[in-house]
Design a protein around this ligand. Structure first.
Ligand code: SF4
Length: 276
């Protein structure tokens, strides 16, 4: 069994990159390359080979080499986990960052850990996913008019990216918003970190961000108007407590609470009624 990060274009299911995908090695190069992407697919490829944050590159690759004992027989992805889902999403779900043994192992955002299990089950019940589980890249799971992304695309030690790492990664999410803007109706922020990271990016993308900024809470909603010049329609931002293991174990987040948020997101986006 090979260890360490998966080389781009080496046959990993759903790998968006090839051996020729340009690699961003600095925050400035992230900004430059993010601006060149012509589609969400191109953007995902560029994201998936990024090496701009030395601490996060070292951590994600160390985790991929050492592995958790229960996954010792598996290859770890060990690269940035790019945005994933529909190219013309009406609902964008934004989390904090991939988990060391979840997304960093499977290569798909929110896949391979308990948070993702809870999240995907709710997305399925809400009509936003074709399967109730997301196990590994290439498993047939697919989002319906929805896309998932993260404020930071590499697994951080202790799930805590620094402010500098968040800022270095922000152009990837900003470019994703730009690519999706024509059809995007709703953004669901999983947790306070994602909520905070989103507002400056929406302002840069031409949305009229409320002042003061809306306060994060579970089910909190804020409508932001778009700009005619930049062809942005209005969208609704919804807060959702992060379905972390701690939050689900303590009952701070329940299945019903997640279903309420994603059902509302589907309704606002004009999507089919939930499977309940
Ligand atoms: S966190 Fe973002 S900017 Fe930093 S290395 Fe990962 S993908 Fe690149």
């Amino acid at each position: 069994m090979q260890t360490g990060p998966v080389p781009p274009g080496s046959g990993w299911p759903e790998d968006p990159a090839t051996t020729r995908t340009p690699v961003a090695a600095t925050a400035a190069q992230v900004r430059e390359l993010a601006a060149t992407a012509g589609s969400v697919g191109e953007l995902a490829a560029l994201e998936s080979v990024c090496r701009a944050c030395p601490r996060l590159v070292a951590w994600r690759e160390q985790v991929a080499a050492e592995k958790r004992r229960s996954f010792a027989g598996q290859r770890y992805w060990g690269r940035p986990v790019p945005g994933w889902g529909a190219d013309d999403a009406r609902v964008l779900i934004v989390g904090l960052a991939p988990a060391a043994h979840g997304g960093n192992r499977t290569g798909r955002v929110f896949t391979g850990d308990r948070s993702g299990d809870v999240l995907f089950a709710s997305l399925w019940r809400s009509g936003l996913a074709v399967e109730p589980t997301s196990v590994t890249a290439g498993d047939g799971q697919r989002l319906i008019s929805a896309r998932m992304s993260a404020a930071v695309r590499c697994a951080p030690p202790a799930n805590k990216p620094t402010t500098g790492e968040r800022d270095a990664c922000a152009p990837w999410l900003a470019a994703e918003l730009e690519q999706l803007r024509a059809g995007l109706k709703v953004i669901v922020c999983l947790g306070h970190f994602a909520w905070q990271a989103l507002w400056p990016l929406l302002a840069t993308a031409g949305y009229d961000v409320p002042r003061p900024r809306p306060v994060f809470g579970h089910g909190a909603e804020a409508v932001v108007s778009g700009s005619r010049d930049r062809k942005t329609g209005a969208l609704t931002v919804i807060g959702c407590y992060h379905p972390s293991q701690q939050n689900t174990f303590t009952g701070r987040v329940t299945d019903a609470m997640l279903d309420a948020v994603f059902g509302r997101a589907a309704q606002l986006a004009g999507l089919a009624s939930p499977r309940q």
